[in-house]
Structures are given as C-alpha cells and as structure tokens.
Design a protein around this ligand. Structure first.
Ligand code: FES
Ligand SMILES: [Fe+2]
Length: 370
C-alpha cells in the first residue's frame, strides 16, 4: 500500500485549506499606499493595490482624492495628468475629472453629453500615510481605522519605513509572528532564545507574547540605548525583562515591547500591501514609535543607531522571505511543514479573513512509490 511520506505532508493540503499564497488580501480594509509627503500640493502620484491602478490627486486647496488611474477615453493614466482646481485633467485630450470621479469637462465637446467618469476610492490621511479603501466603498464608513503606533503621542518619536519585498504578504506576517527565527539574526542580536509566554485570539486577530533570554554574544548597542543595559550574569544566561507582544489584527501587524513595569517602550505598526495582481510583490509600510528617553537629545543619538540596526535585521528578513517565495514559485504550491501552533493559527486566520483565489486546492501530497 502506498504511504504518505511525512516529509511531504505539507501544511496546506494536510488541513485541506486553500493554498495560503493564493489567498488575496481582503480589499475591504484601509490600506496605506503612499506617504503623505510623496504627494505634494498640485501633484498626482500613481500607485497600485493588487494590480488596481489608483491615482492620488492633491489639489492646491482641500484634501487629497483618489481615482481609478485610467482615463475612460483611451486608458491613459490620470496620474500623468495635471491638477486643475478640484479636478485632474488627463494629459492626452484634457478631459477633467472631479473628486467623485465624474467627468466634468471635455474641452472640445461643445454641447454634447459628458461621458461617464471613473471610480473614486475613499481616502484618509493619518500618521504621515495616505490610506485608500479599495473594496466596497459603503464598508469604508464602518470598517475601523487602525491605531497607528504612537504617532499621536509626543512622548514617542516615530520612524517611517516602507521597503518593497518580492513576496506574498502572508510571508511577512509569518516572519514577524514567529519569534523562533532569532537564529537568523544571531550576528546582529547575539544568541537569544524566545520564551513563549502566552497567546490570545479572536475571529480577526491572534496575539503571541514572548520574553527573551540571551545565552551568548553581546547586547547590541541600539538595544542597550533604548532598554538600558541588561544584567550581566557573568556568562550565565541573561534574562531579558521586556515582554514582546506580536499581534496580527487583520490585515495589520503590530509588535509592542513593554518594560518590566509593563510600560510601553516601543510600538511598531506595519501593513503589507499587495502591489501586483498576483500579490507576489508587497509594499510594506511601517511606523516604529520609540519612547523618548528622559535625557533630552539622547533620542537624537539613538536614532541613527536604531535605524542602522533595524535595517540590518530587516535585510536579513527580506532575503529570507524572498527565498521562501522563490521556493513556492519553483513548485507552484505551498508545501510548508509548520509545527509552531501560533503560526498554524496565524495561517488559518489569514485564510479566514482573506480572499482565496478561485483555483483548485493544493495538490495531494506526493506518494511514495509502492
Ligand atoms: S485619453 Fe484621456 S482625455 Fe483622451
Ligand atoms: Fe526577523
């Protein structure tokens, strides 16, 4: 009788779930698509959400608006157009579209009926980011807007980052949630072991709490500047007293660090936004808020060190998730063998809250020859 090889019993087909890398981001949420500073007054910028082209238009007066980025006339991007009062005028024949997307002028039309316009998208700006609601615009009125780290708290200083990563957004969620991968960062952080403290979960979120133990290597400078020097136990394991809480609250992810008294010292908010139709390129947006030390100006010393450190860590993660995507591309389905319960539950959450593509389920695991 044929037997299924345990090594080939991949997570997706084992649970008969849709392939996680074929689960699209649910468009019925607020997604960041650009930094506010990228769209200056009187300018337009073209972005995409999962292959949908969107023109961001900022008039000289009044708020920004967002339109489907193709002129209905000849499909030229409106983001190539010019801002004219409260409209954007297509660069080709000069048709003008207002904030609702309605066509309000065709320069050569005379008395004829104006053609149909384009779709507009609900748009909001907060925390230095521009958000659009790509899904059902009715839902934009009720779907909660995320809390953006500590961007509105003067006790914190917030760093912005927005790396583009060549992988499906789900790899990003798995990477951050899974603190068992500190091994990857051993050169940056020393040998630290994550201790799982507990979890919490709901229909649309999962949260895991960890503390850490350093068993070798040096405490990195950035960590020491922010958290203070951890006790040196003369070669014995150093308990690290901070608690790290990682939470995927669909579709966002946060990482919060509290000190031994339970006070928040670091708050990271991240969104992973699919760029292309296949959703294999992710534009990440991150806000990292750090509690300002009591000594004024010390934050200015810490800032470049922290930037350098987080960037080094991030580059290691980027390489890894891109390798994971490349491996998926080779076989065309997800054959991961996931053993960590939190990550298994995270994967279920991402399937449950996302939009599985209309494709065949993952193939049955290969069978050993008889
Ligand atoms: S293509 Fe836009 S006005 Fe003609
Ligand atoms: Fe990492």
């Amino acid at each position: 009788m044929n037997q299924i090889s345990p090594a080939l019993a991949d997570t997706a087909s084992e649970a008969r779930q849709p392939d996680l890398r074929r689960v699209n981001s649910n468009p019925d949420f607020w997604y960041p698509v650009a930094w506010s500073s990228d769209v200056r007054k009187g300018k337009t910028v073209g972005v995409t959400f999962a292959g949908i082209p969107i023109a961001l238009v900022r008039p000289e007066e009044g708020g920004l608006f967002a339109l489907y980025d193709r002129c209905p006339h000849r499909q030229v991007p409106l983001s190539q157009g010019i801002v004219n009062g409260q409209t954007v005028r297509c660069c080709y024949h000069g048709w003008a579209f207002g904030r609702s997307g309605r066509c309000i002028d065709v320069p050569y039309l005379g008395k004829g009926k104006l053609p149909n316009g384009v779709r507009s998208y609900p748009v909001r700006e907060a925390g230095g980011l521009i958000f659009v609601f790509p899904g059902d615009p009715e839902k934009a009125k009720t779907v909660p807007f995320p809390k953006l780290a500590q961007t509105d708290n003067p006790a914190f200083k917030t760093r912005h980052f927005s790396p583009r990563v060549n992988c499906h957004y789900t790899f990003m969620h798995e990477n951050l949630m899974d603190m068992n991968h500190q091994f990857l960062h051993r050169r940056q952080m020393g040998q630290i072991k994550a201790r799982f403290l507990g979890q919490d979960r709901g229909e649309d979120f999962i949260e895991a709490r960890y503390s850490f133990m350093r068993s070798g290597g040096q405490q990195p400078l950035a960590e020491r500047l922010i958290f203070g020097k951890h006790k040196d136990l003369n070669g014995r394991e150093q308990p690290v007293e901070e608690v790290v809480t990682i939470r995927t609250e669909y579709p966002y992810q946060t990482l919060r660090i509290t000190d031994k008294d339970g006070d928040l010292i670091m708050d990271l908010w991240a969104a992973y936004v699919p760029v292309d139709k296949d959703q294999r390129v992710t534009q990440s947006f991150g806000l990292l808020s750090v509690l300002r030390p009591k000594t004024p100006l010390l934050i200015d010393v810490i800032w470049p060190v922290l930037g350098w450190f987080t960037n080094r860590i991030f580059l290691e993660d980027k390489d890894i998730v891109e390798m994971e995507q490349a491996a998926w591309n080779e076989v065309g389905y997800d054959r991961n063998v996931e053993i960590f319960p939190i990550v298994r539950e995270l994967r279920e959450l991402l399937v449950r809250c996302g939009c599985p593509q209309d494709v065949k389920p993952a193939p049955e695991p290969e069978k050993k020859p008889a």
